[in-house]
Write a protein that binds this ligand. Structure first.
Ligand code: 5GP
Ligand code: ZN
Length: 114
């Protein structure tokens, strides 16, 4: 657990969150400021500063996290969804504990990739 990390505190149960799924090494909860009909964050229980660091340090957990995104989208009623990993402050990362944004119900790719 990293000091002053909000997602470590959510994993530890010290800060409440609307948890939608849990696996051995991951926790998924609704984003507090949703940008889509489904907006869930999937985090590793272990602290890593971003997704690439997680993949380097704990590749099996990174794979488990990716696999969980489909489980969560399906649970929310969606087969198709977008994944966003903001990586670094200049790319919009504000919480430096690795997390996938699972977005469904609106095709966010049209906003910036099409
Ligand atoms: P980032 O900008 O780092 O990619 O994403 C961080 C996300 O975490 C933001 O979408 C923000 O709304 C969400 N967030 C920040 N603090 C909390 C919190 O305490 N609880 C929950 N559920 N989401 C949070
Ligand atoms: Zn953390």
């Amino acid at each position: 657990m990293a000091a002053d990390c909000i997602f470590c505190k959510i994993v530890a149960g010290e800060i409440p969150a609307d948890v939608v799924a849990e696996s051995e090494h991951t926790l998924a909860f609704r984003d507090i400021n949703p940008k889509a009909p489904v907006h869930v964050l999937v985090v590793p229980k272990v602290h890593a500063r971003d997704a690439a660091d997680l993949a380097q340090a704990e590749p099996a957990i990174a794979a488990e996290l990716l696999a969980q995104t489909r489980v969560i989208a399906a649970q929310e009623g969606y087969e198709d969804y977008n994944l966003v990993f903001n990586t670094g402050a200049n790319a919009g990362q504000t919480v430096f504990h690795a997390h996938a944004h699972v977005l469904a119900g609106v095709d966010v790719s049209k906003l910036f990739l099409a």
